[in-house]
Design a protein around this ligand. Structure first.
Ligand SMILES: Nc1ncnc2c1ncn2[C@@H]1O[C@H](COP(=O)(O)OP(=O)(O)OP(=O)(O)O)[C@@H](O)[C@H]1O
Length: 642
């Protein structure tokens, strides 16, 4: 088949015509997309346009068809995005309702396994149920209810799974506060921070938020991070470029001011806030901040935290370009200092003072929680720095998760009862917690229904996300095609020259060959006639290329380090054109050799031997180290023939 141009006829194969440039409608491709599961069509989703490169249409018609298709794709993307937003809204609403029904202050309990330091390990005073703990002590039996209890064998994953929904809530725009509370040495730091092998809630949460936002292309997020320590009633910035290390420095240099604006939003004056664009950066800052936390040895824990350590992530979500202001929420993750009986820890001097300060602020936290429980009247936030900082993340509209830690040991039973009583008070903030059985059943049914709604919305949203990605890819390709073919600059290309598309190209059915050819044709058509190549000029070009090949092949056999061409043409080792040629010709000779009859191989061996037997100085004339690597590589490949 032939396509007519003004000057000549260009042969096209039958494959070259009427082949779609783009894929079939988005969503109908059964292959996986970008490593994601297959994307079935939504029943009501509009098909995304396809563009055909029809050689019979005159260029003007082709251009207007292409323009129409681009417009159509843009419209379809806008429509898909609208759907995506409404589904995301549905999911958020469902999650929020679930958390409200479950209680805005949720309390979990984690029982630490026995450690080698525990003196008595056989008399377990603590019996563990799914959501209950029974403690027996001096003939009495006390029962405590929780939203969830983690037994001694529970691992960090088990805990994190239960924390995840509240993290989603933070991404949805709610202030969230996650506390680890408990006696010294019961595993608060282990739960919040963990180890390299078993990361705790904070590192896992940092990873999870970046994972979640990578799945959500309906909103854009930015995150910033701060870390501070409430030490002896003062605030210490853990991410400051030069954090104060000694206690006296702390008082002098690190007593940051807490400000509350008329709307009740809390800000800490002068606190370092770093941008965290990705998980790697977030983890780097977190590791940095942790290093400056105060710890010291006590009778109970050899690396006891002597302060409350607070990690704050500020989440800025911009869901829709129409939204004037982004939604800002705070995620606090707090490793509280250990509640302790000062006599038991053997603390003296400064360690004793630290213990007293911790106990005072924990008791202030208890009072705030009790104030919230009353629902009316005064809530004493001002009694400690800890509660002042957390004021806007503990009250109405925010979600709180408290993880109470206890020891399984008989010798800690008194502290265990204290910690569990504290948790019971916190849990009772939700007055409707202890419900009659039938109401409980109703509540559970409602939660299951909402969870189902949430899952459905999430699945639909994911499908649409995939469709949007595909449509955007197609749109991008069409725009590029348009700009190349008609010489109109592509806005996207200019704004973002490195638009990533590798990951999706396998899923586009259109043939790249037709694209290239069509582009060539269009470029050819768009050139003024006197600039178009003629049969004679193309032949001259072929002769020149053959000459380059001949000369370079003789060079490869070791004769010269640079090749002189006629006129001004000269290729040396440092010339990228020549390096590219070497790579190409090397590849093709290698390919030829493997398929050639056995008699031809000695010839290749000769070349290789000659080349490798040359002195090294002659082999690499370039001073560029990259060049050396490439030529070394080249040599190795040639020696493969030996
Ligand atoms: N669930 C657990 N699994 C394994 N080891 C644990 C667990 N919980 C705590 N530990 C170990 O117990 C010891 C004390 O834990 P950790 O330092 O986390 O206690 P803490 O409550 O933070 O103490 P403090 O209040 O004094 O800082 C550590 O050696 C820790 O590795």
């Amino acid at each position: 088949m032939f396509i007519s141009t003004e000057t000549e006829q260009i042969p096209l194969s039958s494959n070259d015509v009427k082949e779609p440039l783009t894929s079939s409608p988005v969503g109908s491709n059964p292959d996986s997309f970008n490593g994601l599961p297959p994307v079935p069509d939504l029943p009501d989703s509009p098909p995304v346009s396809t563009i055909f490169c029809d050689v019979n249409v005159v260029p003007e018609q082709e251009k207007s068809e292409l323009e129409k298709s681009i417009k159509k794709l843009e419209g379809e993307i806008a429509e898909l995005r609208l759907k995506q937003r409404s589904l995301d809204e549905k999911r958020r609403e469902a999650l929020n309702k679930i958390l409200d029904i479950k209680g805005t202050i949720r309390v979990f309990c984690r029982v630490r396994p026995f450690l080698w330091t525990d003196k008595i390990r056989d008399q377990e005073p603590v019996s563990i149920g799914l959501d209950r703990i029974v403690v027996r002590s001096s003939g009495s039996r006390k029962e405590f209810g929780f939203d969830k209890v983690f037994h001694q064998e529970a691992n960090q994953e088990d805990v994190f799974v239960e924390v995840e929904p509240i993290l989603r809530s933070a991404l949805d725009g709610h202030n969230v506060c996650i506390f680890a509370y408990g006696q010294t040495g019961t595993g608060k730091t282990f739960t919040m921070d963990g180890t390299t092998v078993e990361p705790g809630i904070v590192p896992q949460a940092l990873e999870e938020i970046f994972h979640q936002v990578s799945l959500d292309n309906s909103s854009s997020f930015t995150f910033s991070m701060s870390m501070l320590e409430v030490y002896m009633g003062n605030l210490r910035d853990l991410l400051a470029s030069k954090p104060a290390i000694r206690a006296n420095e702390t008082v002098a240099r690190c007593n940051l001011n807490i400000q509350t604006d008329p709307k009740g939003l809390v800000e800490i004056e002068g606190l370092t806030e770093v941008d965290i664009p990705d998980f790697a950066k977030a983890r780097w800052w977190y590791t940095k901040g942790k290093r400056f936390r105060h710890t010291s040895w006590t009778n109970v824990n050899e690396a006891s935290s002597r302060s409350h350590c607070l990690t704050r992530i500020i989440i800025c979500r911009r869901g829709d370009t129409r939204e004037a202001r982004p939604k800002v929420s705070k995620l606090w993750m707090v490793d509280l200092g250990g509640s302790e009986r000062l006599l038991k820890t053997g603390a003296t001097g400064q360690t004793l003072d630290e213990g007293r300060a911790i106990n005072l602020s924990l008791s202030a936290l208890g009072d705030v929680i009790a104030g919230l429980r009353r629902k009316r009247g005064h809530v004493p936030y001002r009694n400690s720095k800890l509660t002042q900082i957390l004021k806007d993340s503990l009250g109405v509209g925010s979600k709180v998760l408290m993880l109470v830690h206890i020891s399984p040991s008989q010798e800690d039973v008194a502290e265990t009862i204290c910690s569990l009583s504290f948790a019971k008070r916190a849990r009772a903030v939700e007055s409707s917690r202890e419900l009659p059985e039938d109401l409980k059943k109703q509540r559970e049914n409602k939660i299951s229904e909402l969870e189902e709604n949430m899952r459905e919305a999430e699945e639909e949203c994911q499908k649409i996300t995939n469709q949007v990605r595909k449509a955007e890819f197609l749109l991008n390709e069409n725009k590029k095609f348009y700009s190349t073919a008609y010489g109109i600059p592509d806005e996207n290309e200019e704004k973002n020259p490195e638009t990533p598309k590798e990951d999706v190209k396998d899923h586009v059915i259109g043939s790249p060959r037709i694209t290239q050819k069509a582009i060539k044709q269009n470029i050819h058509r768009s050139l003024p006639r006197f600039m178009a190549s003629t049969v004679a000029s193309r032949e001259r070009q072929c002769v020149a290329e053959r000459e380059i090949v001949k000369r370079a092949t003789s060079l490869r056999s070791g004769a010269k380090s640079s090749v002189q061409f006629s006129g001004a043409q000269s290729l040396s080792f440092s010339d990228p054109r020549f390096r590219a040629f070497l790579r190409h010709s090397n590849k093709s000779s290698r390919f030829k050799d493997t398929n050639a009859p056995a008699t031809e191989s000695p010839k290749c061996s000769d070349i290789a031997l000659k080349t490798t037997s040359l002195p090294r100085t002659k082999m690499v004339t370039s001073s560029d180290p990259n060049m050396r690597v490439k030529l070394g590589h080249h040599r190795r490949r040639m020696s493969d023939f030996v």
